[in-house]
Design a protein around this ligand. Structure first.
Ligand code: SAM
Length: 280
């Protein structure tokens, strides 16, 4: 970075009142409509804020409780972020709890910019796998899928239709930092069906009425787009019809289906597209 493009250091504020306007607008980010409007979101805890910074995400504001036991680490992080341009808000526990709506809040909260990617173009690496999630509803499922996709080396996730917000506190918590490492794309169903025509690889949907045992498919020859259905309704007919194969994970027991995040994990790790080898 040269001098011309270098950001000015952020400012430091001490805030003790829950009614402070800046705190009020940060609190408002617990609602999706405000996150959408501002294009920002909240992230809780040292680990997540640090992961975000290390992955090059822009952090507008760092909020921390001055009473924290972990002062050196927090001060260190605050100093780094300030140089990178973040404002630093030093608050008390009451203010912090009011932001996170938790009695024992994590001592650090970051406000950062959301990041959405464009749909992937021409993918030819046969080791690539993208995931399409149809109207995923549960933030815990979405965060867990982001974490699992990251661990399995998937290239990214397409959120199709009305989905839960990946930038909610619940989803970012469940992603355990992987949200900063997995590209996210959003499309409505029409955009998805149109874009799918340009996808050169195999499209594998998972379906409880799937005709193919997931273990009998050869995933190695081309990139794979893995399509997962909604928690309550499964894949709708138009999405199922766009798949080259509908895979079933056969099950024992009384449950009629697997949890969405578990089913996604089973598929990704079975394909083993980009899993690193164990060092001997
Ligand atoms: N009642 C829903 C249905 O009828 O499909 C259950 C949906 S399930 C909780 C969520 C998604 O996980 C499914 O749409 C499918 O994509 C995937 N899934 C769960 N269990 C599966 C299995 N045994 N075989 C294939 N896909 C499965």
């Amino acid at each position: 970075m040269n001098e011309m493009t270098q950001k000015r250091p952020g400012r430091i504020f001490e805030i003790t009142a829950v009614s402070n306007p800046r705190i009020k607008s940060i609190k408002a980010l617990s609602q999706k409509k405000n996150r959408d409007q501002e294009g920002t979101f909240l992230v809780e805890g040292m680990k997540l804020v640090r992961d975000a910074h290390e992955n090059g995400w822009e952090i507008d504001t760092l909020i921390y409780a001055a009473t924290t036991n972990d002062n050196t680490q927090v001060a260190d992080l605050a100093a780094k972020l300030r140089v990178a341009g973040s404002d630093i808000l030093e608050v008390n526990e009451k203010v912090l709890s009011s932001i996170t709506r938790r009695d024992n809040p994590q001592m650090v909260v970051g406000v950062m910019r959301q990041r959405w990617m464009d749909a992937p173009k021409k993918i030819s690496d046969p080791k690539s796998v993208w995931i399409a999630l149809d109207r995923v509803r549960d933030p815990g499922n979405l965060g867990t899928i982001i974490r699992t996709a990251d661990s399995a080396g998937a290239q990214g996730i397409i959120l199709v239709g009305e989905t839960t917000d990946p930038f909610s506190l619940e989803a970012t918590r469940a992603s355990m930092g992987s949200i900063f490492n997995v590209p996210l794309v959003r499309m409505n169903i029409e955009q998805f069906l149109k874009w799918r025509i340009s996808w050169d690889g195999m499209v594998v949907g998972t379906h409880l009425e799937g005709a193919t045992d997931f273990r009998s498919i050869d995933y190695s020859q081309s990139p794979v787009l893995l399509v997962m259905g909604n928690e309550q309704q499964g894949l709708p007919d138009d999405l199922a019809a766009t798949c080259d194969k509908l895979a079933l994970i056969p099950m024992h027991g009384a449950a009629d289906s697997l949890n969405l995040a578990i089913a996604t994990g089973v598929m990704l790790f079975h394909m083993g597209k980009k899993l690193p080898a164990l060092e001997s």
